[in-house]
Structures are given as structure tokens and as C-alpha cells.
Design a protein around this ligand. Sequence first.
Ligand code: SF4
Length: 550
Amino acid sequence: MSTIPDKNPTQGTRRWKRWVVGLARLGLIAAAMACLWYHRHDENLDLNACLKAAQEVYPDATSLGDPQEGWFPLVSASTELLGWVTTTNPQAEQIQGYSGPSELLVVVDPQRCVKKVRFWKSSDTAGHVESVRRDSFFWNQWIGRSEASLGNYESPQLVSGASLTSEAMARGLAARFGAQGLAENFTRDLSLDEVKAWFPKATSLQKTDRSGCWEVREAEQRLGFVLRSSRMSVAVRGFNGASDILVAIDSTSSTVLGISLADTRDNEPYITDVRDELRFTNGFAGVSIRDLIASSDHTDFLLVSGASTTARAVWTTAQEMLRRHTLEKEAKAFPWRLSLGMTWLAMGVWLGFRGGKKSRGLFAACSVVAGLTLGWMVGQDQLLGWGRNGWSSLPALPILTMTAIALVIPAFTGKNVYCSRICPHGAAQTLAGMAIKKRWALPAKLHHTLSFFPWLTLLLIWGLALAGAGLPFAHAEPFEVWSTGFYALLPAAIFTLGLIMAFFLPQGYCHYGCPTGALLKFLTHSPGRWTRRDGIAATLVGIAWLASLL
Ligand code: SF4
């Protein structure tokens, strides 16, 4: 006769306690981050600083005129219009890099061609921002481009080692000039009648998976494609307003069939002149997409006298739409880097639970390689940045996943898989420790005293951040060196000393220096038991909230 094993009631209770206490500890971290969020403040654009920055391009500019659609005219002493200046906020405010958004400043000439794009301000991690600031190729990539083409964010040149930050900046710039506003302006749907001029036999329009692209069909047969600028994040601004442009291309996506103005906020009579020429002369018909993208003058296709600004805007917009349409296939290619990074994280978690000693050295080497190539890390500066600025999950998905692994798994399981397997700096120390057989151990008293250091550093960092100190907290840890190199003295010194120490003192930096390690120890200590440490943490977070509310 088979027996049903007794359920051990204490096991279930223990599990529940562990979950409740883990949740409470994560809640304390979230409450501290929320306190930072509560303290955040928006700065208005400093117009004097803006003028000063624009004077790097136009030294004769003496004042800024009244803004138009976010652009400030740069005016000389003799009231001559020299150019325009704007910044990427508020559109870029929601776009997060490694740990916060960035704002750029853009100066264009009177013809609306970019003269300069420069850094304005950032809440992102200091090392990444610094790497981007130093990269002249990144900043020069926009020079000479028309305003209409600035909505592009699909193939910007990014800064290696600071790709999340530079990508966020490029995306912020694109958002500033992107289709969001346009899409709101031009809300009506595309109709079949609008494409009949190029596809008289068309019976249906089907949205494709490419942005702003519809397939035109006659029953089951594909006739060609139509691209719509307002749905492709391409901003076209003519003499005095935005337009929504359609570009028809053949079924092989190699030749343009024609271009039309679907809708516009631009001025008459310019717009009627351009619209009529597009309709009756159709200078774009039969031009290969490659030739149109490579063309350098709008008069090769449009000869509208007296409406050159609008005609140029139509041409540059069509160029940009076709360039993106062509590149989108590449952009949709399989993301190898992301996939390998995610596989590394998944393996780290698995080995953190199941791995034995044998796999330790091999996976530590993997983590070091991943750290050097991906630069993904969890650090205090990043948590503080997310607290202050919030985050949008898409651009920082790998970092969010890594942070979730670092924080959530220890809180609920008591296992610190991030430190034991994933952290590249911890892995480098593991390898250093394996290189030399002889190990030192500090005298018990010294060990005990030094063990407080990570906790004190953690308290100091969060205390200063909550007090509103605008310090580069990333400098308190060595992690940015992995992605940005030895750019700042303090992280470089912590990095170097920590690794040298690891040859003699196993995981020396982890034990006696790392504030992130201390935070993770806080999550793993005494699973399922509310301790004195929890009480202290809850009191400190409570004091921070009280101070911010009073
Ligand atoms: S203690 Fe710090 S350096 Fe060490 S493994 Fe953990 S996070 Fe990395």
C-alpha cells in the first residue's frame, strides 16, 4: 500500500516568509528610488547659455528672437537672421540611455541645414556621456543634413562602449524632429483613390510590417508600394509648416513611380505650385531609388520657381523616406549581439543555481569577455539615474533584464547569482584569484572592520543622492571602466587596485569595497527573516521621505 507523504507545514510557511520579506526589501529599494523621482525638477531652457552655445557657430549672433515651433531665431545686431537654434526636449525627455535622458542642442542655417549638433545636458551615467561627448564622428554625422531628414534614428553612427547613451541621444534628436507630431496633424487614413494615379487597377491597400509602407494590390497581385512620410518619422517642413508626402514605388522596390502631397500645413501659393508640378510634370517618375537617394539637387526633379523651400523639403523628405525604406530590411536583421548577451545572462542564472566549481573558471572567462564587449553592468549610478528619471524598457532592455536578475533573484531565493556568476568585475577577480595559488586572509579584526566599508559607501552614495548632490556617482565604482575605458581617475584607480588585490586576497574588492555587492547582500541576508538591517534600511528610507515631504 502506498503512503502519501506528509506535507511539512513549516516549509510552506518559510517560503511565504521568504517571499514577503524579499518583496519588502525590494520595496525599500523602490521606495528610495521613488523618493529620488519625487525630488526631480525640470529646468527651463537657459536662453543665455543657448545663445552662447549658438555663438560657437554664429559669433555675430547677439540675441534670440521669438520662438517658432521650438526654434529660436539667431539674430545679429543689425537684425539679420543668421540661423536657428533649438534643443531636443521635451520630445527627448522620455528617451532613456543607460540610466537617464539626454538633451542636445541643434543649430541650423537659414535654409534649415544643420550647422552643429552638440551636447546640452544629460542625466545618463557620466562615463558614457563623456565618451559620447569626445566622439567628434558622432556629432558631425548630422552636419549638412536638412531639418527634414533629422527624424532618422534607424542607422545613426553610435559610440562604441557608450552605445545605449549615444543611441538615446540619436533617438532623442530623431524624436525632436520625428513623426509623432506629424502623425497627430495628419490623422486620416490613406485611401485607395490617393494611389490610383500610379496604380489605376488597384483594388486594395495592405499595411506591411515596414514603417509607413502599404502594399498596393489588384486582387492577389502585388502592384507596388506606397510610403507615407507622416508614418515613417520623417518630418518635412516647407516654408511655413509641415506636409504629409506619399511616395509610390514599383513592386521590386527599385524605381519611383511618383510623389504627391497627401496633406499639408504649408503656405499657399507655394504648396499649389509644388502640388501641380508633382501631379502634371512628375519629374520623379521612373527615377531609380538609388539615384534619387544619391541626388544632390532638387531642381533635377522639381523646377518650381518661387517655391524652392517647399520643393527642396519635398525632395529631401522623399530621399529620407526611400533611404529608410531601403535600410529597414537591414535594421530588421537578427540582433546577434543582443541574443548572445541574453544567452550569457540566462546561462549565468542557470549556473548560479546548478553550476559546480568546475564551470566557475570557464564561465568567469565568458563573463569577462561579455563585460568587455557588451559593457553591461549593474551599478549604483544606474539605479540612482533610473530613480531620478524613470526608464523606458525598450532601449535599456538588456540592462533592465540584468538588473532584474541581480535584484529579484536574490530577494526571493537568497541566491546572489549576479555576483557569483555574471558580474564581469567579480569574474575578473575570480580569474585573478585562480592565477595565484597562495592566498592571504586578513586578520579577523581588520576583516571585520573593512567589511563595513561597502555598507558605508552605499549609505553615503544614496544619502548624497537623496540630498540632491549632483555628483558623478559612477565614479564611486569601477564598472564604467568596462565600457568606457580609463577615462576618469577614481573609477580607474578602484578598478586597477581591485584587480591587483584579487591576486592575493580572494574577491577583495567584493568583500571590502563594492557598494553594489552590499546592496545585493542586503537582499540575500537572512532569507525570510526581518532583521535589524531591514529595520535600519526602512528607517532611513522613511527619514528620506519625511525630509522630502516637509
Ligand atoms: S560584489 Fe560588486 S564587484 Fe563583486 S561581483 Fe558583486 S557587484 Fe561585482
